[in-house]
Design a protein around this ligand. Structure first.
Ligand SMILES: [Cu+2]
Length: 353
């Protein structure tokens, strides 16, 4: 069982951006704590020990009584007719009440700590946008973004402003001991202070559709020096080849969960054959039957169509089941350069005519 927990996730997940392996403790319980929220562990293990203690006592008494006081002959009279015992009942009500109040006070204090955002964290606010099925991060005091991966500075409290563009998701970083629902149409926040340099997981912890299990991100906690170099800022479109490469990495972070490039059908149509390469090095888009407001039309795939498909996926739906029902939510944050890079990547997949 522990082998399963420590198995390399790259082998479990077929996505091309594998999460780092999870570090679990000797009992396969909580992953290593990497933030300041240590009260979570105290409360967790306290509850755990209380549960085991009472489980053993209660089940022990039941098993013992079953054997000791079982009916041995059909006509054996009842050993006792006692129906209640007031002192005993007071004891088994008051003791659990005290224990439950301890858990409540402990949890309430922790919950207050987690919801009261310190000024330092609110000055270091990230935005995390959840959508089917990926995470987009916008950096504090930085115009840039990253997808499926986020970099944070060690020992610096940070706040995440959480937003969903489609359905319910949940922001869950086990190593940091934080979890918060991400609700469409409403901003949620969560804060913590990462204490150790390393790579950690961010999971979506709310079932959000077919590829919910692919909806995770890597969290890199790095030193201040490393952070100052903005390692996430790798976007380069200085040459068509560099743009195609940047486009490929955007594809792997944002689109791979729905679109294949090898012709395999997915939640969205494959990108194989979207463009073909002409002898003179130019590209021709394929013919596409699309639905515009429910009416069938045939168009030729070009940059404008691809751009529109990304910004307003519902404007022209691929007229082919199951794609004609839509299913892609728009990417309003992708700027022109990134869309250009994605198109460059689609063209780099083209085969010669
Ligand atoms: Cu999700």
């Amino acid at each position: 069982m522990f082998a399963l927990l420590t198995q390399d996730p790259a082998k479990i997940n077929h996505i091309e951006n594998p999460a780092p392996p999870q570090v679990v403790d000797a009992y396969g319980q909580l992953p290593k704590l990497a933030s300041t929220f240590d009260h979570v562990d105290g409360l967790f293990y306290f509850t755990y020990v209380v549960c085991i203690f009472f489980f053993v006592i209660i089940v022990g008494v039941i098993l013992f009584s079953m054997v000791k006081y079982r009916r041995k002959t059909w006509d054996q009279p009842a050993v006792s007719n006692v129906t209640h015992n007031t002192p005993l009942e007071v004891v088994w009500t008051v003791i659990p009440l005290i224990i439950v109040m301890i858990m409540f006070a402990w949890g309430f204090k922790g919950s207050m700590d987690m919801t009261t955002v310190p000024l330092e964290a609110s000055r270091n606010t990230y935005k995390a946008t959840a959508k089917q099925w990926n995470w987009t991060f916008t950096y504090p005091n930085h115009p840039s973004q990253s997808y499926g991966e986020v970099w944070m500075e060690v020992n610096k409290p940070a706040q995440f402003l959480l937003e969903s563009t489609d359905v319910l998701h949940a922001f869950y970083m086990p190593a940091m001991r934080v979890k918060r629902d991400v609700i469409p149409g409403r901003y949620q926040t969560v804060w913590f202070e990462p204490k150790e340099v390393g790579d950690y997981h961010l999971f979506c912890a709310e079932y959000c559709g077919d590829d919910h299990s692919k909806m995770y991100a890597k969290v890199h906690v790095v030193t201040a020096e490393e952070f100052a170099k903005a390692p996430w800022d790798t976007f380069d479109d200085s040459t068509p080849a560099a743009a195609a490469k940047s486009g490929e990495s955007l594809y792997k972070q944002l689109c791979v969960s729905c679109h294949s490039v090898n012709g395999a059908p997915g939640t969205g149509p494959s990108w194989k054959g979207l463009f073909a390469k002409n002898a003179d090095g130019t590209f021709t888009g394929r013919q596409r039957e699309v639905l515009v407001a429910g009416q069938k039309q045939t168009i030729t795939v070009d940059d404008a169509y691809v751009t529109e498909s990304i910004r307003q996926p519902m404007a022209k739906l691929v007229a082919e089941a199951p794609y004609d029902r839509g299913g892609m939510s728009a990417f309003p944050d992708l700027d022109d350069r990134k869309i250009k890079a994605l198109i460059e990547y689609m063209k780099s997949l083209a085969e010669a005519k």
